[in-house]
Design a binder for this molecule. Structure first.
Ligand code: PMP
Ligand code: GLN
Length: 386
């Protein structure tokens, strides 16, 4: 009998581990200040942690309902109504998921059939493309140009073929920090109104928005929301990326399809965390209301810290990421520059080209400012020496 291990033909042959995993590992290896992978280096609200412990102690330790704990779905409906002027039905239109990542995967799997075309905007978050590929879809990427990274709507219209099925967007946008205007949603609606094209709106940074007009959600658009899935993440909002709790909001018929996938991906999301998050939304809404100011102060401090450097910092209207152009410092490509920066300078960052399919000729890196002041100051000091 042969003992040769079997090696499956990969369904995703071009993929390795994510850039976020790679850069965080490199940062650890070189004891660099880690501004690469997006997560805070400070803890979430102690009150929220205490609620989690309390619910565990009260025996809330068995399966949650497949769609999410009722009190959490109801609190999400309240928050949505307050923010976007429309209240989703908590029973049929809100689904709690294992982070935004699961919501995105379940949504793409539910909507995309083999041969369908999916439009996304590059730079785009890394989880979209593999999910589309596994569903048999074909990704059409519309490149956005720095420094503004805004959608050219006539270019977008030109990309829509008869097979177009889904548009994936992300606002506030990781990595560029660009925020869509209500006008962008109007343009999107104009382009797709007459066709059976769905919208997946990744809004995980909805509460980290500094734009003058605030965050324009797809849920605030009366027509678009009837064919849209909006995805959110509590990890960003409550500084608890490791809890992996998110949710999506979509019309009942679309939610029903997403739930068919969700119930066999994870079935349900951990119970005490959901109960604690419901308490947090109900009792401490000031947390998310104050989040823009909290992160604006961090952004401004870091931008100020980099003012004396040779980096050119791009505008940031949302997310906790800042883009910096290093053309004045180095001729290296962005991947090599990020490795060098981590190993030699002691600051880890993310290269922009990894978010793009087309060659990305710009010299841009992404720096995460979800960090304590001391971390930001120490990183800025090192970056100013270049
Ligand atoms: N979408 C975007 C744009 C993100 O930046 C992230 C995480 N940083 C996610 C989705 C995934 O969120 P979660 O950690 O809740 O799965
Ligand atoms: N979304 C986070 C980022 O953009 C990373 C999440 C992950 O590591 N998958 O940095």
């Amino acid at each position: 009998m042969s003992s040769t291990p079997l090696v499956p033909e990969s369904k995703l042959p071009a993929l390795g581990t994510t850039i976020f995993t790679q850069m965080s590992a490199l940062a650890q290896q070189h004891k660099a200040i880690n501004l690469s992978q997006g997560f805070p280096d400070f803890d979430g609200p102690p009150w929220l942690q205490q609620r989690l412990a309390w619910h565990v102690s009260q025996g809330a330790n068995q399966y949650a309902p497949m769609t999410g704990v009722a009190s959490l779905r109801s609190a999400i409906a309240d928050k949505t109504a307050e923010l976007y002027g429309w209240r989703p039905d908590a029973d049929s239109e809100i689904t709690v998921t294992a982070g935004a990542t699961e919501a995105l995967y379940a949504s793409i799997t539910a909507l995309v059939r083999p041969g369908d075309e999916v439009i996304c905007f590059d730079p785009s978050y890394d989880s979209y493309a593999p999910a589309v590929a596994l569903a048999g879809g074909i990704l059409r990427r519309l490149p956005l140009q720095p420094p503004a990274f805004r959608v050219d709507w006539s270019q977008f219209a030109g990309l829509l073929s008869a097979r177009a099925r889904l548009v994936i967007l992300n606002t506030p946008h990781n990595p560029s920090g660009t925020v869509w205007l209500a006008e962008d949603f109007r343009q999107l609606w104009q382009a797709i109104a007459e066709r059976e094209i769905y919208v997946l709106s990744d809004e995980v940074y909805e509460h980290i928005c500094f734009a003058r007009d605030g965050h324009a959600s797809v849920l605030a658009h009366n027509e678009l929301r009837q064919r849209a899935i909006a995805v959110s993440s509590f990890g960003k909002t409550f500084h608890m990326t490791g809890w992996k709790v998110g949710y999506c909001v979509a019309p009942a018929a679309i939610s029903a399809e997403v739930r068919k996938i969700h119930q066999y991906l994870t079935f349900s999301v951990n119970t005490p965390a959901q109960l604690a998050l419901a308490d947090m939304l109900n009792d401490q809404p000031q947390h998310w209301r104050e989040l823009p100011d909290f992160y604006r102060a961090k952004r401004d401090r870091f931008v100020q810290g980099l003012a004396a450097s040779r980096f050119e910092v791009l505008p940031c209207e949302g997310t906790y990421f800042l883009l910096a152009d290093y053309s004045a410092i180095s001729d290296l490509d962005d991947v090599s520059f990020c490795r060098w920066l981590t190993e030699q300078v002691g600051v880890a960052a993310i290269p922009l080209s990894v978010f793009c399919a087309e060659p990305f000729p710009h010299r841009l890196i992404r720096l995460c400012f979800a960090k304590q002041e001391a971390t930001l100051d120490a990183a800025a000091e090192r970056l100013c020496q270049l």
